[in-house]
Design a protein around this ligand. Sequence first.
Ligand SMILES: C[S@@+](CC[C@H](N)C(=O)[O-])C[C@H]1O[C@@H](n2cnc3c(N)ncnc32)[C@H](O)[C@@H]1O
Length: 531
Amino acid sequence: MTELEMAEEQMQQLRSKAKEHLLREEWEDSILAYSHFINLCQDQISNTQHHLDPENLSKLHKSLCLGLSNRAEARSRLREFDEALKDCEQSLKIESTHFKTLLCKGKILLNLNRYSMALDCFKTALLDPQANENAESLNGYLEKCKKLEFLSRTGGFDLSDWIVNKYRGKSPELAEYIGAVQIRKSVISGRGLFATKNIDAGTLVLVTKAIATERGILPSEDSGENAQLVMWKNFIDKVTSSIAKCPRTCYLINTLSIGEDEDVLEVPDISLFRPEAEEERRDLDKKLDMASILNILDVNSLVEDAVSAKVLGRNSDYYGVGLWVLASFINHACSPNARRLHVGDYVMVHVSRDVKAGEEITFAYHDVLLPLDKRREMSNSWGFQCNCKRCKFEEEMSEKQEIREIEIGLERGIDMGGAVYRLEECMRRCVVRGKQKGYLRASYWSAYSEAYGSQKSMKRWGQRIPAVDVVVDSLVEVMGSDERLLKALIEGLNKSSGVLDKERALKLGRGVYGKVVKKQALRTLLEIGLF
Ligand SMILES: C[S@@+](CC[C@H](N)C(=O)[O-])C[C@H]1O[C@@H](n2cnc3c(N)ncnc32)[C@H](O)[C@@H]1O
C-alpha cells in the first residue's frame, strides 16, 4: 500500500468514526475525531497539492469542507459558538455556498441574536439546489429571522394573546432590543441608564437575554437555604462556562461593576451591547479571574421574582436568578420609574411612568412600599446606602415626634385607619406637599392598604382619610405603577361602590405590564382579575 493510500484509509476510518459520534450526539468525541480528520486532510492537501490530480485535490477540499461543517455542528451543540463560527468561516472559504455550513452558521447567529447576519446566511442557502429538499425548515428559519430582526429594530413586541390565554402554549419568541437609552455617569453611583428622549409610561427601553440563569423550586425546610446555595453554585458554574466559551461574553461581563470605586469606571457605549456590534474594536483578550466573577455576580445578578418584576408564564414557586448584562447598568431608586418582566431567558424593561429626556431609568432592587429603616436594611444587604431624594426627605421627617409616635403605634398594632389619619394630619401640619406626600404615603402603604381593606376601619375613619384613588394617584406619581396599587384601587372602589375610572385602571395596568400587552388584552386582564 502506498503512503497516499494509507493516509486515505486512515482518513476514511476517522471520518466514519466522527460521523458515528455525531449521529449518536456524542459531541465531544465527534469534535475530537473531526479535529484529527481535519488535521490529516490539511496535511494531505499541503503535502500533495503539487502532484495530486485536480480531481483528487478537489475531493480532498470537499472532505475538508464537510469535516469543518460537521465539527461546527458538534461545537454549536455544546454552545461553543465562537469556535463553531470559526469552523464555518473556514468551511465557507473552501465552498462559499456550502448548504450544510450555511444552515449551521445561520442557526448559530440566530442563537447569538445576530438576526440580519443569520438572515443573510439562510438567504444564501436558499440558492443551493439542496434547499428544495429542506424548503420547509429553511423557510421557517427565514421567517423567524425576519420577525426577530423586525422586533429588535422596532421593539414592537406583543405578548397579549399569550398572557390572556394564561400562558398556554409556547412562550412568544423574543429578540434583543435597545430603545431610547444610553449609558452615562450617574449621580446615584457609577454609571446608569438614561433616557435619550421623552418616553411615555409602558414603553420598552430594553429587552435582553441572560448570560445565564438558574431556576428551581425551593423546598420549605430550612427556608430553602441549602437549595438556594446549590442553585447559586450552579449559576456561577454556568456563567463561568459561558465566559470560557465566548470572548464577547467575557468582554461584556468585564464592563460590569464589582461594587467598589464605581465613579472611576469607564462608561461603555450602548452600541457595544447590540448583538451585531463590530467585534474588532473590542479588547477581547481581557481575562476575568474567579474573584472578580464572584464580585460581579454578587453586585449585578437579579432575582426574577422581585417586587419590581413580574415573571410571566412560570409557576410562582420557582426561584430564579440570572445575569442580564445591559439591565445591570440600571441603578436602584426608592421612587423608581421602571419595572421589568421576565419571559423565559429574557428580561424586558419598560418605564412605569412618563420619563423625560435625560432622566435616569431606575428600578427597585427591593420593595420600596416600606419605611426608610426597612429599605435601608435591604439596600445595606445589597452593599450600598441609598441617598435618593425620598430617603433624604424621610430622614428629616423621621426626626419628628409625630412620625415616631405613629411608628410606635403601628408596632403596637393600633387601628390602621387611625394611623393613616394621624399621618395625613401630620403632613398637613408640616405642609408636606406634592411628591413628598407620595413618598410618605408609599412608606406607610401597608397601613393604608390595611385600612382600605377593612370595613371596620373604613366605617370609623373612611370620611376622615383621603379616598383610595387619591392616595394611589399620589403614589403612582412618585414610583410608577405597582400591582398592589392597582389591586387596592379596584377593590377599594368596589367596596365603596365608587365608579372605577377604567382609563385610570388601564394606565396602572400599562405601568405594570408595559405596552407589550395591548389595550384590549389589558382590559380583559382587568375584567378577569388576572394581574
Ligand atoms: C447593578 S449595579 C448598577 C450599575 C452601577 N452603578 C454601575 O456603575 O455599574 C449595582 C450597584 O450600583 C450601585 N447602586 C445602585 N443603586 C444605588 C443607589 N440607589 N444608591 C447607591 N448606590 C447604588 C451599588 O454600588 C450597587 O452595588
